[in-house]
Write a protein that binds this ligand. Structure first.
Ligand code: SF4
Length: 349
């Protein structure tokens, strides 16, 4: 599947919410409706990461090794595997001299070093918005700040960012964690964050930190990315009207899991995360009149369309799309890949 495949299926721009729903289903009015959130689905960083694997497969041929899941979505990973991508946990699993792609979540500097030692051809698909946080961490560490990194312990992005300055960074995993923090100089402390957190919970954590550390500085610009904030914002708008909110996304997708939490906090009567339409339990829909539907930033639009078709078969035929932002951001492919693509095109004349 090339640009017309996974990557294209992802960007909402070309799609409509009608897909997968027959005219007969749409015109039969049952009083059951779906509120479809927009923005939803693929963000610019995920789109770029998936395209990176697809283009690398085209250019270098299979197999292409990918360290960790390129993005946290089962369907995307399976589809790329079928095209010849091999997902590994660490560089040691990649044969010497082979091509390895680093995932959208970013890696610590030592991972680049390991790749060099094994003579791997490394292509970095780290989202530029994650790279921005890495730069902030390096800059504040160079100025000898204590850095409080708000994020989820064990998440790949947090491991990568913390790896930039392990002596200066402490992890703060939620508001409760704020109380155990100790710093060298309370006048020289800054907080940074994982890009995919709950905006509200992060602000709660910061407020709690500030009670103990009034001079705590904020990041120079938002670390929680535009895609995370936008998807949470629209879910908050629709949640109170919904008997149940269904979020399409994988369990290891931080931003998808947050969407369920945000929906519940904002008044949805129930919220569920599903990878695929077939996971929807009919009991969730019993008695429901309004279903909210959205998807995480690593979810192709086709999976949302399958859920819409599944809901239509159960009488949820009115679909209203609520739009709170239009996203136009795109990122260009990694330099190292673009360079090779250009050289290959030139060689072909
Ligand atoms: S969720 Fe945000 S930080 Fe993560 S890949 Fe998408 S745009 Fe980048």
């Amino acid at each position: 599947m090339g640009r017309d495949g996974l990557a294209a299926a992802a960007g909402y721009c070309g799609g409509t919410y009608d897909e997968g729903v027959t005219e007969a289903q749409r015109t039969s009015r049952t009083g059951k409706r779906v509120i479809l959130a927009k923005p939803r689905g693929y963000c610019a960083g995920v789109d770029r990461a998936v395209q990176t694997v697809e283009e690398a497969l085209k250019l270098y041929g299979a197999p292409i090794y990918v360290r960790k899941q390129i993005v946290h979505n089962k369907h995307v990973v399976r589809t790329l595997e079928a095209q010849g991508a091999i997902f590994v946990e660490e560089n040691e699993e990649v044969p010497e001299g082979a091509t390895v792609i680093f995932s959208a979540h970013g890696v610590a500097p030592e991972v680049y070093e390991q790749a060099k030692e094994r003579s791997l051809k490394a292509i970095d698909a780290t989202c530029p918005l994650v790279t921005k946080v890495h730069h902030e961490a390096k800059r504040f560490a160079a100025e000898d700040y204590d850095i409080l990194l708000i994020g989820h312990e064990g998440h790949e992005e947090v491991i990568g960012t913390a790896g930039e300055a392990p002596e200066h960074i402490q992890l703060v995993d939620g508001p409760e964690d704020a109380d155990r923090i100790t710093v060298r100089d309370p006048n020289k402390v800054v907080w940074l964050s994982q890009t995919t957190l709950s905006v509200d919970e992060t602000m709660e954590t910061v407020a709690r930190l500030k009670k103990r550390l009034p001079m705590l500085q904020s990041p120079p610009s938002d670390d929680i990315c535009y895609a995370t904030s936008n998807r949470q914002h629209v879910v908050k708008e629709i949640a109170a009207e919904c008997d149940v909110v269904i979020v399409v996304g994988s369990r290891n997708s931080s931003n998808s899991v947050r969407l369920v939490e945000v929906a519940l906090d904002a008044g949805a009567r129930a919220g569920h995360l599903v990878d695929f339409a077939r996971e929807i339990d009919d009991a969730w829909l019993a008695g429901a009149r309004t279903v909210g539907l959205t998807s995480g930033a690593s979810v192709p639009e086709e999976l949302v369309q399958e859920v819409l078709a599944h809901l239509a078969e159960r009488g949820f035929t009115d679909v209203e799309e609520v739009v709170t932002a239009n996203e136009r951001l795109t990122f260009s492919l990694p330099q190292e890949l673009k360079r090779d693509m250009k050289a290959a095109a030139a060689a072909q004349g």
